[in-house]
Design a protein around this ligand. Structure first.
Ligand SMILES: NC(=O)c1ccc[n+]([C@@H]2O[C@H](COP(=O)([O-])OP(=O)(O)OC[C@H]3O[C@@H](n4cnc5c(N)ncnc54)[C@H](OP(=O)(O)O)[C@@H]3O)[C@@H](O)[C@H]2O)c1
Length: 234
């Protein structure tokens, strides 16, 4: 892992919006991007951090399309300077597949895909956007049964398709998807996989944002359980 001091700093304060910035990975992302010289717009819902020279906290609730629209409206002035966005917000919830309802599936889709798409569209239309990164999870793109986190998996796979499709539709903007591993300190984690430190994962994400590629799905590691049922979160 390269230390923040070893990274190539942008010549000016490149502005990045990080959603879910007050969470486990979000806080590591805020520290990583601020240390690399970015000007960070950090979205939170309840747990704001402290504003600083390079970090500004923006409150937003993405539970409904109205909430996302309100976030975009209230913070419009700050957001229109954004050159990068990391769609890190993406709640996980366990729901046994055997009793799953359509409403629960739709609700996961609302939580993950709609805010990411609406925020991206807003920035594409108004900001000097250079890159968009969607955060998925380790089994994104893996076709297997899910017994506990099917809504989450469906939504994250939706994000993968949205990311790859936006990359093709907007050749002037780099759009990628990154699938992180289980994080050390996460509430829901794979029982047999060594979790990765959020700081290491954040450094990898910063390198992707500063890279040149578009239309890629980056993984932390190859999925381990392609052929088995009920693994990871099940
Ligand atoms: N944790 C893992 O092991 C793991 C593994 C693979 C992929 N991922 C993915 O990595 C990303 C980060 O995960 P994480 O574990 O760091 O997340 P987390 O700790 O659960 O963070 C949740 C974040 O989302 C915000 N939030 C919650 N409800 C919200 C709402 N209704 N509207 C707007 N913001 C809301 C929280 O804000 P407040 O705290 O201020 O309320 C917080 O900033 C997610 O996309 C996740 O799916 C995580």
């Amino acid at each position: 892992m390269s230390s923040p001091s070893a990274v190539r700093r942008p010549p000016y304060a490149d502005s990045v919006l990080i959603t879910g910035a007050s969470g486990l990975l979000g806080r590591a992302l805020v520290a990583e991007f601020a240390a690399a010289g970015f000007s960070v717009l950090a979205q939170y819902r309840r747990h704001a951090g402290e504003d600083g020279e390079r970090v500004r906290w923006l409150r937003g609730d993405f539970a409904s399309a109205r909430g996302t629209a309100g976030f975009l409206r209230r913070h419009r002035q700050a957001l229109v300077s954004c050159r990068h966005v990391v769609h890190n917000y993406g709640p996980i919830e366990e729901r046994p597949t055997a009793g799953l309802t359509g409403a629960q599936l739709a609700s996961a889709f609302q939580a993950h895909v709609l805010p990411a798409l609406d925020i991206t569209r807003f920035l594409l239309a108004r900001a000097p956007l250079r890159s968009v990164l969607f955060i998925a999870f380790e089994d994104t793109g893996v076709m297997r049964p899910f017994l506990k986190v099917l809504p989450y998996a469906v939504a994250k796979n939706g994000l993968l398709l949205v990311g790859l499709s936006l990359a093709a539709a907007h050749p002037g903007v780099r759009v990628n998807v990154f699938s992180p591993p289980t994080l050390a300190g996460a509430a829901i984690r794979h029982p047999r996989v060594r979790p990765a430190a959020p700081e290491e994962v954040a450094a990898r994400i910063r390198r992707i944002v500063q890279g040149r590629a578009s239309g890629r799905h980056y993984r932390w590691a190859a999925p381990r359980h392609r052929d088995r049922q009920g693994d990871r979160h099940g």
